[in-house]
Design a binder for this molecule. Structure first.
Ligand code: GLU
Length: 470
C-alpha cells in the first residue's frame, strides 16, 4: 500500500468545499491548520523488568470552541500525521452535528496485543498524567474518549488518574468520556457510533430521490449490506440493520471475511469469533482469508468500519455497492472518492456518519457537569401525567384500557431512551442540513463536500463571533 498523507487528504476535502464559501483566505487557513500538537516519549516498565520507551501524542486541531474533544488511539502503526488528520476530522465532525467542541485526537504507539493488562494500565495512567500536567486535559480544556484500541477500561483509568491529581475540581469526572456506567459513564455510549450509523442509513433509505438515482428501492428492509469490521462500530451497525430487516451478506473481522447471500446473523458470528478467535469455521457462509474481501462483496450498501485507507485507487472500481457508509475515520482516499463520484455511488462521509460516538460523549459530559442522571427528575412526574391523561380518556369514553395497552402508552423515561432519542434527533437533523446545503449551494453535488461546507461555515462563524476575524 503506498504511504498515505492523511492530513493532506483531509485538507483536500476541505479545499474542495472551501471553494464554495466566502471567507477571507486567512480565516480559512486558521480553520484548516492544526493549532497545537504535544508529542512525548516516556518509559514504561515491562513485566519482565525491561524498560520500553513509548511515543505518544495529543493533537488539538481547533480551539474555536472549548473544550476540544476526541478519542485516544492505541496502535503500533500510528504516526503524527494520522493524529493530526483525525483531530481535524473531529473539528469538522463536531461542527456538522452541532456539538459545541473543538477537535482533538490522541495516540499512543503500542501494540496492545503484546502487552499485559497491568502494562497497559501503567501506559494509560502515565499518558494521562503527562496530558494533565501540560494542560492538555480537563473538563473545560480537552476531553478525551475511546478510539481504536481503547475502551471504557482505559477511560476509567484516565478518570481515576485525573481525580487523583485534580480531585478537588467539582467537575473532575467530565475530564474524559466513554467511562463505565458505574464510574460516571452514560447508558448507550458503547454502541453509540454503530447506532448513529444505523439511524443515518435508515434515514438515507427513506430518501426517494437518492434511492432512485442508485436504482434502489426505499427502506432498509431487504437491503443487502456488507460490513468490514466486527468491533464496537461494525458489530452494532450490522446488528441493528439486521434487526431492522436488512440482509447482512458479508462481514469481515481482522481474521477474514464471511459471505452468505442468504444473510448472516451478526450476534451469532460475534459469538463464534469470541469462542474460536476468528471467522474460520463459521457455519453457513463461505469464509475468505482476507478482511478486504468484504469491500468487494455483491451488496447494495458497504460499511467500512475498521481502519483508514481501505478504499483506494487500486480497489475502488471493484466495489459493487451503490451506497458507501463510512463507519471508520478516513476509510476512503480522495482518489477512491473520485471513482465513486464518477460511478454515481452515494458516499455518506465519516465526518458526519460516525459522529454518534462524540454525540453521546457530549451527553455524558453534560451528565457529568450537571451531576444528575438523565430522566431522574422527570420520570415519575411524566408517568403520573400520562396515567392521569388516560384516566380522563377512560372516563370520558366509558372504556377501560387493558393493563397491556396502558403499559404500551405509559413508558417510563430511562437514561437509555433519552440518550437514544437525542442521538437519533441529532443524526437525522444533521442529515437534512447537509442535504439542504447540497441542494442550495450551486456546484456542490456530493454529501462529503456539503458536510465540509457546513463545517467550515460553522467553525469560521465561531471565529468571527469571537471577534478574532473582522
Ligand atoms: N473516537 C470517536 C470519534 O472518532 C469518539 C470521540 C469522542 O467521543 O470524543 O469520533
Amino acid at each position: 500500500m503506498p504511504e498515505r498523507r492523511f492530513f493532506a487528504d483531509v485538507g483536500r476535502y476541505f479545499d474542495r468545499a472551501a471553494a464554495f464559501v466566502n471567507y477571507p483566505p486567512g480565516l480559512l487557513a486558521q480553520v484548516r491548520h492544526c493549532n497545537s500538537i504535544y508529542r512525548f516519549d516516556f518509559p514504561v516498565r515491562r513485566r519482565d523488568g525491561n524498560i520500553e520507551v513509548v511515543r505518544a501524542w495529543r493533537a488539538e486541531h481547533s480551539h474555536h470552541k472549548l473544550p476540544v474533544k476526541g478519542g485516544i488511539r492505541y496502535s503500533p502503526l500510528v504516526d503524527e500525521d494520522e493524529v493530526m488528520a483525525l483531530a481535524a476530522l473531529m473539528t469538522y465532525k463536531c461542527a456538522i452535528v452541532d456539538v459545541p467542541y473543538g477537535g482533538a485526537k490522541g495516540a499512543v504507539c503500542i501494540d496492545t496485543r503484546q502487552h499485559a493488562e497491568e502494562e497497559i494500565e501503567r501506559v494509560t495512567r502515565r499518558y494521562a498524567y503527562e496530558l494533565i500536567s501540560k494542560n492538555f486535559m480537563g473538563p473545560a480544556v480537552d476531553v478525551p474518549a475511546p478510539d481504536l484500541g481503547t475502551g471504557a477500561r482505559e477511560m476509567a483509568w484516565i478518570a481515576d488518574t485525573y481525580q487523583a491529581v485534580r480531585g478537588d475540581q467539582i467537575d473532575a469526572l467530565g475530564c474524559v468520556t466513554g467511562k463505565p456506567l458505574s464510574q460516571g459513564g452514560i447508558a448507550g455510549r458503547g454502541e453509540a457510533t454503530g447506532r448513529g450509523l444505523f439511524y443515518v442509513l435508515r434515514e438515507v433509505c427513506t430518501d426517494t430521490e437518492e434511492m432512485a438515482r442508485r436504482g434502489l428501492s426505499t427502506g432498509l428492509d431487504g437491503k443487502r449490506i456488507a460490513v468490514q469490521g466486527l468491533g464496537k462500530v461494525g458489530y452494532w451497525v450490522a446488528q441493528l440493520c439486521y434487526e431492522a430487516g436488512a440482509r447482512i451478506v458479508a462481514i469481515a473481522d481482522i481474521s477474514g471475511t464471511v459471505t452468505d447471500p442468504r444473510g448472516i446473523a451478526p450476534d451469532a458470528l460475534r459469538e463464534h469469533v469470541a469462542a474460536t478467535g476468528g471467522v474460520a469455521g463459521f457455519p453457513g457462509g463461505a469464509v475468505h482469508d482476507s478482511p478486504a474481501a468484504a469491500l468487494e462483496a455483491d451488496c447494495d450498501v458497504l460499511i467500512p468500519a475498521a481502519v483508514e485507507s481501505q478504499l483506494r485507487a487500486d480497489n475502488a472500481s471493484r466495489v459493487q455497492a451503490r451506497i458507501v457508509l463510512e463507519g471508520a475515520n478516513g476509510p476512503t482516499t480522495p482518489e477512491a472518492d473520485a471513482i465513486f463520484q464518477a460511478a454515481g455511488v452515494l458516499v455518506i462521509p465519516d465526518v458526519y456518519a460516525n459522529a454518534g460516538g462524540v454525540i453521546v460523549s457530549y451527553f455524558e459530559w453534560l451528565k457529568n457537569l450537571s451531576h444528575v442522571r438523565f430522566g431522574r427528575l422527570e420520570r415519575r412526574y411524566q408517568e403520573r401525567a400520562d396515567n392521569r391523561l388516560l384516566d380522563v380518556i377512560e372516563s370520558a369514553t366509558g372504556t377501560t384500557l387493558s393493563s397491556d395497552d396502558r403499559g404500551r402508552i405509559v413508558t417510563p423515561i430511562s437514561e437509555l431512551t433519552v440518550v437514544n432519542s437525542g442521538l437519533e434527533e441529532t443524526m437525522i437533523s444533521a442529515y437534512h442540513r447537509i442535504r439542504e446545503t447540497m441542494r442550495t449551494v450551486n456546484g456542490v453535488d456530493d454529501l462529503r463536500t456539503a458536510a465540509f461546507h457546513l463545517a467550515i461555515d460553522r467553525v469560521a462563524e465561531a471565529y468571527v463571533q469571537r471577534g478574532v476575524f473582522p
